[in-house]
Design a protein around this ligand. Structure first.
Ligand SMILES: Cc1cc2nc3c(=O)[nH]c(=O)nc-3n(C[C@H](O)[C@H](O)[C@H](O)COP(=O)(O)OP(=O)(O)OC[C@H]3O[C@@H](n4cnc5c(N)ncnc54)[C@H](O)[C@@H]3O)c2cc1C
Length: 108
């Protein structure tokens, strides 16, 4: 592992991992070396978790998603349900373990 890096990111959570992933995009005009530093296992280390978000199909993390929903079901107070197909967006779920693995592969 090199001793010097162009960028050191402290905290491998949603923000740190996203930044590292995008800084190390293949084909960048100016490649940068990035170190991503997380807390050691213990009380400071964030537990495994999931992030859900809206995005069109074909996003940068699609290969690592745990789920992607193309439909919404809204239930009214009287119990009647309306189902709508989402034309442009998907509701996506990304688990932190899968995101970590994706970012690790890119940083490697
Ligand atoms: C219950 C819950 C549900 C949520 N659901 C969603 C959701 O569905 N969709 C969504 O978009 N957002 C959701 N959020 C919000 C989202 O999790 C946060 O906005 C996001 O994680 C913040 O990113 P972050 O990188 O700033 O912090 P975090 O993701 O918390 O990352 C902080 C990182 O810093 C590390 N760290 C801590 N101390 C040190 C140290 N001393 N040295 C080095 N590293 C350190 C930790 O280990 C951790 O990896 C949810 C939040 C909660 C609490």
């Amino acid at each position: 592992m090199p001793a010097d890096f162009d960028v050191v990111i402290v905290g491998a959570g949603a923000a740190g991992m996203s930044l590292a992933y995008h800084l190390c995009a293949p084909g960048a005009d100016v490649p940068v070396s990035v170190a991503l530093v997380d807390a050691p296992p213990g009380p400071l280390r964030a537990p495994p978790r999931t992030w859900c978000f809206w995005e069109p199909p074909g996003g940068p993390y699609d290969q690592s998603l745990a789920a992607s929903w193309p439909r919404l079901r809204v239930r009214a107070a009287d119990g009647a349900a309306t189902v709508a197909r989402l034309s442009r967006l998907r509701y996506k779920m990304l688990c932190s373990d899968a995101f970590e693995a994706l970012v690790e592969r890119r940083l490697a």
